[in-house]
Design a protein around this ligand. Structure first.
Ligand SMILES: Cc1cc2nc3c(=O)[nH]c(=O)nc-3n(C[C@H](O)[C@H](O)[C@H](O)COP(=O)(O)O)c2cc1C
Length: 216
């Protein structure tokens, strides 16, 4: 274990793959996001659509987890999950949330902040209907974030649900659906040598985006 501690203390990457300048970025942060996302997809970054979603309770107790980005349009970012989960409870009492992406192969991080609302039933239905049957059953079976007595109990529920719902009849449960984060803040981070990274942020001021550079 001492070796592990030593390894962690000593691990050190220098970032050298790119630069980011206020002169090069798009004036619109959503276009900048699309630009970087396209480059990450092109570079075959693994799990490129995985993002950390941070939420907080009304008392400000934070909680974060990975979710998948499923749609994006005009400063809006969609993700899906269980409406009775821990994230759902926090989002219901405090709509402020943030998203972050880390794409090691490009030495890039993107942070996005905004407020979250549930998306329309039509969006949730459309997304749910296009999921594989097994994932649909999984959504019905999992009372996400609540305690389950054993793996066997969960799998038994899955088997019962498979008998109840065929691939043709299975519909989205009301307790499952999507949310949209509407962005009001973006940060684009490009790793640089000796920890002197580039950080370009966009803040909404009176309806227009203001671009600033932050210290690394
Ligand atoms: C790569 C990856 C992708 C995930 N995608 C989702 C997702 O799209 N929706 C979701 O609800 N949970 C997803 N999860 C599981 C969440 O991280 C988390 O365990 C779950 O949403 C329960 O979180 P909560 O108790 O804070 O609500 C994913 C986990 C990983 C590691």
């Amino acid at each position: 274990m001492d070796k592990l501690h030593e390894q962690i203390t000593k691990l050190r990457e220098d970032f050298t793959k790119g630069t980011l300048s206020e002169k090069d970025v798009k004036q619109n942060p959503f276009e900048q996001f699309e630009n970087w996302l396209a480059q990450a997809v092109e570079s075959q970054v693994p799990e490129v659509q995985a993002m950390t979603l941070a939420t907080a309770s009304k008392e400000g107790i934070p909680s974060s987890r990975i979710v998948y980005l499923r749609e994006f349009d005009n400063n809006q970012f969609w993700f899906y999950g269980n409406y009775q989960s821990r994230k759902a409870k926090q989002l219901a009492e405090n709509p402020n949330a943030s998203l972050s992406f880390f794409w090691p192969a490009l030495e890039r991080q993107i942070r996005i902040q905004g407020t979250v609302t549930k998306c329309t039933d039509a969006y949730s239905d459309n997304y749910f209907n296009n999921r594989p049957y097994e994932s649909k059953i999984g959504s019905w079976a999992s009372a996400q974030s609540s305690e389950v007595s054993s793996r066997e109990e969960l799998m038994q529920k899955v088997e019962e649900l498979k008998k109840h719902f065929s691939a043709d009849t299975i519909k989205r449960p009301e307790f499952w659906g999507g949310w949209i984060l509407k962005a009001n803040y973006y940060e684009f981070w490009q790793g640089r040598k000796s920890r002197l990274h580039d950080r370009i942020v966009y803040e909404l001021e009176e309806g227009s985006w203001k671009i600033k550079r932050l210290n690394p």
